[in-house]
Each structure stands twice: as structure tokens, then as C-alpha cells.
Design a protein around this ligand. Structure first.
Ligand SMILES: [Zn+2]
Length: 134
């Protein structure tokens, strides 16, 4: 039996991170549907079912290149989201000692110590200067 499954899966995409994410989304949709009740429940069930079909399609797909491309796109987006969350968390932790500015020229995030009054801020990235209250 295991042999037959393995033979069947040869040359197919199998499971990847995007499928794991889609599975979580479908479970969340099912739970949300239960919480919200009718008529949204029917809609959320249908969406979760559609996602399950998509998951199976991706798992058994023989177009491994396309599926890996999709997974790569998902991983890049996930990385960006986590990087933004991490930066936000760091700013939150440092909010009492530092004030954060965005460079008007290049949009880089700049950190200056608080309590220095009105100061001239020089962007380390592009060299642009502007006045800010720390
Ligand atoms: Zn700049």
C-alpha cells in the first residue's frame, strides 16, 4: 500500500508550505463559520471546501515547476510580513528611548534618541536632512 502511494506521488508536487497555509486558512474559515452561524456558515464552508480542492490539486499536480513557483511567491510574501512585524515589534520595545522618523527623500526609517528637542536629522542612507522634534 505504502509502495503504491509512493509510486503514485512520483513526479508530483506533494505538500509544501503554501498547502500548509491554505489548510490553516480553510480550518479558520470552518471555525469562523461555526461561530458566525447562518447564512455566513454556508459561504465559509464552500470557501473552505474550495481551498481543500485547491490543496489536493496542488498536492497531486505534475506541474511541479509552477507549484514551486507559487510556493516561492508565498514564502517571499510570508518573509516580508514577518520582517515587517519584527521591525514593528522592535520599534514598540524602543518607543520610550527613541523616536522614529521616515526619511522624506528615500523613506528609510531613522531612529533618534528622545528628549533632545528640535534637531536636524541626517538620513544615513541618502544623506538628506530634515528637522524633527525628538
Ligand atoms: Zn534618506
Amino acid at each position: 500500500m505504502k509502495d503504491r502511494v509512493m509510486k503514485f506521488m512520483v513526479g508530483r508536487n506533494g505538500n509544501d508550505q503554501l498547502n500548509a497555509f491554505l489548510l490553516i486558512v480553510s480550518v479558520v474559515l470552518l471555525v469562523l463559520g461555526l461561530v458566525l452561524g447562518r447564512p455566513l456558515q454556508t459561504l465559509f464552508r464552500l470557501l473552505a471546501f474550495a481551498l481543500l480542492i485547491l490543496i489536493y490539486f496542488r498536492m497531486f499536480s505534475k506541474n511541479v515547476f509552477r507549484r514551486q513557483e507559487e510556493n516561492g511567491k508565498y514564502l517571499r510574501i510570508r518573509y516580508q510580513v514577518f520582517a515587517k512585524l519584527k521591525a514593528f515589534k522592535e520599534r514598540w520595545v524602543q518607543r520610550k528611548e527613541y523616536k522614529f522618523f521616515r526619511c522624506p527623500a528615500c523613506h528609510a526609517v531613522l531612529r533618534v534618541p528622545r528628549g533632545r528637542g528640535k534637531i536636524k536629522i541626517v538620513c544615513r542612507k541618502c544623506g538628506d536632512t530634515f528637522i524633527g522634534r525628538s
